[in-house]
Design a protein around this ligand. Structure first.
Ligand SMILES: [Zn+2]
Length: 114
């Protein structure tokens, strides 16, 4: 595989396994989805480089869901389910809803230590 256009974006911990997220020109590589893919064996998520940032983020979340299902043993899972979960999870992640839960959990921990 030609990896010359590949650029590292971030690393994601999925159940203790590090998935490395890259952007690349998937159209040039061929044989993959138009927007992204998740490779369980190489712990890699790759997204198409020349799409708007929101679409790239939505695709990373979609591929993260694939990784989550694969890491929990759902080797065969429904693409339509991943699509639907991705669409609902994207505004939760991008809108900072998870950050609210994290702050709530940390606040609870701090007050418990008083
Ligand atoms: Zn998918």
């Amino acid at each position: 595989m030609d990896e010359t256009n590949r650029k590292h974006l971030l690393d994601l911990d999925v159940a203790g396994i590090t998935y490395t997220v890259y952007e690349d020109d998937l159209h040039q590589l061929g044989g993959y989805g138009e927007l992204g893919y998740c490779d369980y064996m190489t712990q890699t998520i790759v997204v198409q480089y020349d799409v708007p940032m929101q679409r790239k983020a939505q695709t990373i979340i979609h591929e993260l869901l694939h990784a989550m299902f694969l890491e929990t043993g759902y080797d065969e899972h429904d693409e339509d389910m991943i699509n639907r979960l991705g669409i609902t999870l994207t505004p939760i992640v991008l809108g900072g809803e998870l950050e609210k839960i994290r702050e709530f959990a940390n606040k609870d921990e701090e007050s418990a230590g008083e």
